[in-house]
Design a protein around this ligand. Structure first.
Ligand code: ASP
Length: 327
């Protein structure tokens, strides 16, 4: 009898937990989801996040609101998500900085490979080397000569150590074998304001922040970091055309959740991301900004996990060779 009771009890428990899993699966999300962007509002990561969040909101039937937690090259926002409740209501949209910060920072407040669940990849955005409008050089070769000749005064804006702009700036300085004066911001949104105002000279930033300004002639573009020229910036040569062979960098973005987020919520988030990336409006806006949505098989947990792991391994030796660390 005791055994029978135990079996009955266990069955009842199992049934109850099945019911609760089914209930969660049917009801998630029941309230607003916060998508943390680890950079300031108005910048390229923010732009990508807001387009995706709006479309995910439509699909999920709940608002996905973007909260900007900028600073320390994206690591403050990532830390916020790493320590958030793992309930599916806090997620992170971050880029390549998730991988580079793992080596750039001697100590991070989170364990990059063990603190997150993976929703999927979002997009891979080319970078552009741009300057304030009135800088004299007319091509990349001229810009390099100018930077070398004025290395103590030429300023390069970035969004802090770990940011894509930091990585690209670091690659640029290493390619021209000249360290320049760097100016960190909480994101390249505010950095762009200073570039427009002429307070900083150079920036390497995603096309999602620079395309409209380049097209409008409010900043000067010297190169794109994609292997080919971009349809939306036909007149801007590739870095290789401009004389910097091998200077190619794509800023991949992914969506994460805190470790331990329930599997059903993760599956729903991935599904919703895939819907957003097929949204014609998202694709059209991405195209205007020089990028495109990741294909569906990349907007998966496995693809993002594999990307993060391979990118940590890819950038580690480059960063170690440059000897640039932050504490
Ligand atoms: N583009 C920035 C970076 O350098 C981030 C941002 O402001 O969105 O990583």
């Amino acid at each position: 009898m005791k055994i029978l009771n135990a079996i009955l009890g266990a069955t009842a428990l199992a049934a109850a937990s099945l019911v609760s899993v089914a209930a969660i699966a049917q009801t998630y999300p029941e309230r607003t989801i916060t998508m943390i962007v680890p950079f300031a509002a108005g910048g390229p990561t923010d732009t990508v996040a807001r387009l995706v969040a709006e479309s995910m909101s439509n699909d999920l039937g709940q608002q996905v609101i973007v909260e900007n937690v900028g600073g320390a090259g994206g690591t403050l926002g990532a830390a916020r998500v790493a320590s958030a409740d793992a309930d599916g209501y806090t997620i992170l949209l971050h880029h390549i900085g998730m991988a580079t910060s793992a080596t750039l920072y001697r100590k991070l407040p989170y364990d990059t490979l063990n603190a997150f669940e993976y929703v999927g990849l979002v997009t891979d955005v080319p970078m552009t080397i741009v300057t304030r409008k009135d800088l004299e050089p007319t091509d990349l070769k001229g810009l390099i000569e100018y930077a070398k000749a004025n290395k103590d005064t030429v300023t390069v804006a970035n969004a802090g150590i770990g940011a894509a702009s930091h990585l690209c700036g670091m690659l640029f300085m290493s390619a021209i074998e000249t360290p320049l004066v760097t100016v960190p911001y909480k994101g390249t949104g505010p950095a762009m304001t200073d570039l427009l105002g002429g307070q900083v000279d150079i920036m390497c930033d995603q096309t999602t922040n620079t395309t409209k300004q380049i097209q409008g002639g409010t900043i000067k573009a010297y190169a794109v970091t994609s292997p080919e020229r971009l349809d939306v910036l036909k007149d801007v040569p590739t870095a290789a055309e401009g004389g910097l062979a091998d200077f190619q960098v794509g800023i991949w973005h992914g969506v994460y959740a805190p470790k331990g987020t329930p599997a059903d919520a993760m599956a729903r988030l991935t599904k919703s991301l895939q819907v957003a990336l097929k949204d014609e409006n998202v694709a059209a806006r991405f195209a205007e900004l020089g990028t495109e949505p990741s294909p569906e098989n990349d907007a998966t947990s496995d693809a993002l996990k594999a990307k993060l792991e391979s990118e940590i391994a890819r950038w580690k030796p480059v960063i170690e060779a440059a000897g640039q660390y932050a504490d």
